[in-house]
Design a protein around this ligand. Structure first.
Ligand code: PMP
Length: 353
């Protein structure tokens, strides 16, 4: 920290992004990216004309993409907010709706407390239950900004829609953010509730099921009022928060929605097969409805399994939080990548004795 930094940020906690290695080619199962390329329509969307148009600013309203997303999710364009990755929206949500404080589960996406601290939003956490499920009753009726990742990360467990609805209904007058970064891998989306609740903000991303993490595109669906609040903050910070190329790619991706749905189904099948194989090896893991597995084995701790895999060319996640130091999070890659991973883990466990 330099002597120039505002003293407000002296103790600022930051988020540590997952490793993006440059030293060699790994099988990358550490940051929940898709193993599949974006759709052929997305791959063909940018020609020299689009690149030449970079001399122009992007449309701050993102009108074309908002219209397409509105059509896809059965809402109006005024109910869609576009962002530079969904982290951008979560940041705005804490900034905009945290006046009375915030509440979220205690094992969840580790960026939430960082945003809360950044915007000086006092927050409380509600521990997950023993089986890692979210304690909906514990989170309900707090009269604060409530943030639920569904499916949750890093557990992969999803709440059924009636429980999400109960949470939203318990908190009238306060925003409930449902972060659906992983919703396309088998969970039910709270977008179905949008007509009934003005306090619901559903946050989604192109980074996972749509294979576009590098394009940085997220969006939120909500009531016109909530979207207008987010727009206000956007126009007070960075009106061109989504660049021209990404807007174009985003439209091409909506046009090829069936391609991405088919990829998600492939990933789900690979996930369930991988989960069965890991259980046969003695791993314990919750039933994931995301594109990753949260796994633990009695004979090896998380940091060690991570290290052993890394030496052999596969990256997975481990956690510094002592409560989950026994765990690893493994992104679901392509079928062959997971076969390689499983063979490697079998060898490692054999070596560990
Ligand atoms: N929410 C959750 C639960 C996540 O795991 C992630 C990915 N790290 C995000 C939001 C943010 O994703 P992005 O900014 O790439 O849209």
């Amino acid at each position: 920290m330099s002597r120039f930094l505002h003293t407000r940020y002296a103790g600022l906690e930051t988020y540590t992004p997952g490793e993006q290695p440059r030293d060699k080619q790994y099988i990358k199962l550490n940051t929940n990216e898709s193993p599949y390329p974006p759709s052929p329509e997305v791959l063909a969307a940018l020609g020299p004309g689009e690149v030449a148009d970079l001399r122009l600013y992007s449309d701050p309203e993102g009108a074309g993409l908002r219209e397409k997303l509105a059509g896809l999710y059965g809402v109006t364009p005024g109910q869609v907010f576009l962002s530079n990755g969904s982290d951008d929206i979560l940041n705005f949500a804490f900034m905009a709706f945290g006046e009375k404080g915030a509440v979220f589960p205690s094992l969840t996406y580790s960026f939430y407390p960082v945003f809360a601290n950044l915007h000086q939003v006092p927050y409380e956490t509600v521990p997950l239950r023993e089986d890692f499920s979210v304690d909906v009753a514990g989170l309900s009726g707090k009269g604060k900004l409530t943030v639920l990742a569904n499916p949750n990360a890093p557990t992969g467990l999803a709440l059924p829609l009636d429980q999400v609805e109960a949470l939203v209904a318990s908190n009238p007058g306060h925003v409930v953010v449902v972060d659906e970064a992983y919703v396309d891998f088998g969970a039910a989306s709270a977008a179905a509730l949008l007509g009934r609740y003005e306090n619901l903000l559903v946050v989604m991303t192109y980074s996972k099921s749509r294979s576009m993490a590098g394009a940085r595109l997220g969006f939120a669906l909500g009531s016109r009022e909530l979207i207008a609040d987010l727009e206000r903050l956007k126009y007070a910070t960075n009106p061109y928060n989504v660049n021209r190329l990404t807007l174009r790619l985003g439209e091409a991706a909506v046009d090829s929605d069936p391609y991405f749905r088919a990829n998600a189904r492939r990933i789900m099948a690979t996930r369930d097969k991988t989960a069965r194989a890991l259980r046969e090896m003695g791993f314990r893991l919750p039933d994931s409805q995301a594109n990753f597995l949260f796994v633990t084995h009695p004979r090896i701790d998380g940091a060690r399994l991570y290290q052993k895999c890394r030496e052999r060319g596969i990256l997975i996640r481990h956690f510094s939080d002592p409560a989950i130091a026994q765990y690893n999070r493994v992104t679901i890659g392509a079928e062959e990548e997971m076969e390689t991973f499983l063979t490697m883990v079998r060898d490692i466990l054999r070596e560990e004795g």
